[in-house]
Design a protein around this ligand. Structure first.
Ligand SMILES: [Zn+2]
Length: 343
């Protein structure tokens, strides 16, 4: 699979050219040429002003073509910071003959706008669906950039409730972490929900959407592009970055077994490299979660407190995952709270 093709833009280049024309027309406008040159310069400057206004929009997000008509953005392997502008979740879009489906929109309105610009560079077709793979802020806060396109915002039947319960915290955290970069970011909930499976047709491009039992979150949804055999896993698959349990470790392990059965040709994970060797990546994730469940169950069985479990479980995983220090202890806590009810 060729991932080498990527698109970039030189925003404002047209504006600079227009300004050059304008200035040179002023310089070269002695009285003898008079009104004509002045008029030309005036129009050139007007054009410049218009282009500046236009290019104030975000430059397009860098995209990689992962299959014909299918584009993904490789995000930073990090938590949201002002340096990475909250661009920490892989996002993308798929183009049919009739319209475009966007899959996740990034961590801010600005990133959503940049993604929209990237779509516009590739195709004039309308955006008919904006799909959210789950509720987490790095996947949804760009939605507002697409409101004027009047798409269906698509998510799990459980997405709206999950977003509502976290909205206040998410917005507070976003503003704290990103300040002005997050300006205008808001939660735009689903207008079309999925419970089980659903098919979206973009015009000769059917996408199969599927919801899952509680795993990474209680509202995980995957997108399978039949044409290319690509499965967009959302955060059901983390590559290199440590998996984050915000749902159920038991449910997630069960989902992993089912994803293996789907046997996709390619995967786009929510975090980490695009189109990784998916069997290997899924197995690494499965191993982490299986050991987490096993060791937490053992800790509970021997009467360890939650703090003792946090201090002892999974220490050998430290060097295997990015962001281990940020999320591993939280995962142990979540697994403990889930698994102590099994006893
Ligand atoms: Zn997530």
């Amino acid at each position: 699979m060729n991932l080498a093709r990527s698109t970039t833009l030189a925003p404002g280049r047209e504006a600079a050219i227009a300004l050059m024309y304008g200035v040179s027309a002023f310089i070269a406008s002695p009285v003898r040429v008079g009104i004509e040159a002045f008029s030309f310069a005036w129009h050139a400057l007007l054009l410049f002003a218009l282009l500046v206004a236009h290019t104030r929009a975000e430059p397009p997000l860098s995209m990689q073509q992962i299959a014909p008509g299918e584009y993904a953005h490789r995000a930073h392997d990090d938590i949201a910071t002002r340096a990475n502008k909250g661009d920490i979740a892989n996002v993308g879009f798929i183009v049919g003959t009739r319209c475009v489906a966007v899959i996740d929109t990034g961590g801010t309105l600005a990133e959503g706008r940049a993604l929209r610009q990237a779509v516009r560079q590739i195709t004039p077709l309308p955006v008919c669906h904006v799909i959210n793979t789950h509720m987490h802020p790095d996947h949804i806060f760009g939605n507002a950039a697409f409101v004027d396109d009047h798409p269906q915002f698509v998510g799990s039947v459980k997405l709206a409730q999950a977003e509502a319960s976290r909205a206040e915290n998410y917005l507070r955290a976003l503003n704290r972490e990103l300040g002005g970069i997050a300006e205008g970011s808001e939660i735009i909930g689903p207008t079309q929900t999925v419970d089980g499976t659903a098919t979206l047709d973009l015009g000769d491009r059917p996408l199969t959407l599927r919801t899952w039992q509680t795993a990474h979150t209680n509202n995980d949804l995957t997108v399978y592009d039949e044409k290319s055999g690509t499965l967009w896993t959302g955060d059901l698959l983390f590559v290199r970055c440590i998996p984050v349990v915000d749902g159920s470790v038991v449910g997630w392990l069960d989902d992993i077994a089912r994803i293996k059965q789907m046997n996709p040709r390619h995967v786009v994970p929510g975090h980490g490299p695009l189109d990784p060797p998916w069997q290997q990546s899924l197995e690494a994730e499965e191993q982490y979660l299986a050991e987490l469940a096993r060791d937490v169950r053992e800790a509970i069985k021997r009467g360890a407190t939650i703090q003792q479990a946090v201090d002892t479980v999974g220490l050998d995983q430290r060097d295997k995952w990015l962001l281990y220090e940020v999320y591993h202890r939280r995962n142990v806590t979540a697994a403990y709270a889930e698994l102590e009810w099994e006893q």
